[in-house]
Ligand binder design. Structure first.
Ligand SMILES: C[S@@+](CC[C@H](N)C(=O)[O-])C[C@H]1O[C@@H](n2cnc3c(N)ncnc32)[C@H](O)[C@@H]1O
Length: 345
């Protein structure tokens, strides 16, 4: 069986990297077929696993907009015949809508939606078309001449990423990254539900909110009491209960239990205070402080500015950089997202 993922095209690599990381840490056994940027198919999924995989992907992914189960692969020429051949009562109950999404395809969206809707109605009893909030959504995804006929079984909660933007949280302070990027970083850190995730520069708690929402136990610490307290206010607001917060300089960090993941956005630039640590030394200090607080198999996912070379600092402590992605912020700043592990001897 196959799942089709429609991904954000706001970054050329991060959405796919996020999907691969989630598949790895959640043991999702499927073959990845990248059709084009923004369109990925997961193949060779067993019938026993597909519902569970569907649930995990819809719950976790930040940069994937939609997940659908593929019913059939069709083409522009065969679409009508193929739609008529499907036993729609297996997929649709009560009301439905058909929506077309095109990738490098010229098909007429409105005409195809109407025609497909009419054909489904003809071939299935006791169902009605309902364009707003239907029970079932039939997704026709066209790529060149191919058309994937798919069904949406679980809706992704995209409202969360809108509603949890930093300025909409009860405690706000400038400098918190977008919730989607925070979720993506948590996913890149391979954290899973029940595991301990640490952000030692927690600020307003943006990263920890995302980790908490996928079921992780979260620990946040910040040099400023006001920020530590703000993180707690925000975590409470999003219903996250399994957390602890500390008011510490990163150099004093000594965790009561070694963590499975560290996800963080250390301070940099003259506008952010780093205690009494000079400029980019914060990254060096951070690597030294965090190493012993991590499990040997733990991942660290962090952001840094392009002008800081993390490699020699990571090397010195015994870390290796396994993945890196650049996000252009403006003309003179690119933010680098790095995935780091302890070197294995
Ligand atoms: C870029 S902000 C983190 C933003 C955070 N991800 C959020 O969602 O709000 C960096 C944070 O590091 C904290 N900080 C600066 N120097 C620190 C240090 N030496 N130890 C621990 N925290 C520090 C700052 O107070 C600030 O809240």
């Amino acid at each position: 069986m196959e799942l089709l993922c429609i991904q954000s095209q706001e970054h050329p690599k991060l959405p796919l990297a996020e999907l691969k990381a989630v598949m790895e840490c959640e043991n999702i056994d499927a073959k990845i077929d990248v059709i084009t940027e923004g369109l990925v198919i997961l193949k060779e999924i067993s019938e026993d696993d597909i519902d569970e995989y569907y649930k995990i992907l819809t719950k976790r992914l930040g940069y994937t907009h939609e997940v659908h189960e593929i019913i059939m692969k069709s083409s522009s020429e065969n679409l009508d015949v193929d739609i008529a051949s499907i036993n729609w009562s297996d997929y649709i109950s009560e009301t439905f809508a058909v929506r077309v999404k095109r990738f490098k395809s010229e098909i007429d969206t409105v005409a195809t939606e109407r025609k497909a809707g009419a054909l489904i109605l003809e071939n299935c009893d006791n169902i009605k078309v309902k364009l707003r909030e239907p029970h079932s959504l039939v997704r026709l995804v066209a790529f060149k001449n191919d058309i994937f006929i798919a069904i949406e079984k679980i809706k992704l909660n995209k409202k969360h990423f809108e509603e949890s933007k930093p300025h909409k949280r009860p405690f706000f302070y400038p400098g918190s990254m977008s919730p989607k990027l925070a979720r993506c970083m948590v996913n890149l850190s391979r954290a899973t539900a029940g595991q301990l995730v640490l952000d030692p520069f927690c600020g307003t708690g943006g990263i920890l909110i995302e980790a908490g929402l996928i079921g992780c136990k979260v620990v946040g610490s910040d040099i400023y009491w006001k920020m530590k307290n703000g993180t707690a206010i925000n975590l409470d607001y999003y219903g996250i209960t399994d957390y602890r917060t500390f008011n510490l300089d990163v150099r004093e960090l000594k965790m009561y239990e070694r963590v499975a993941s560290v996800v963080t956005d250390p301070p940099y630039g003259i506008s952010t205070s780093t205690g009494d640590i000079e400029g980019n030394d914060i990254f060096k200090e951070f690597f030294h402080a965090i190493y012993d607080n991590m499990r040997d198999d733990a991942y660290l996912c962090m952001a840094s500015p392009h002008y800081v070379d993390l490699k020699p600092m990571a090397d010195e402590v015994g870390f290796e950089i396994v993945e890196q992605y650049g996000i252009k912020m403006h003309r003179s700043l690119t933010r680098i997202i790095s995935v780091i592990r302890k070197k294995l001897d």
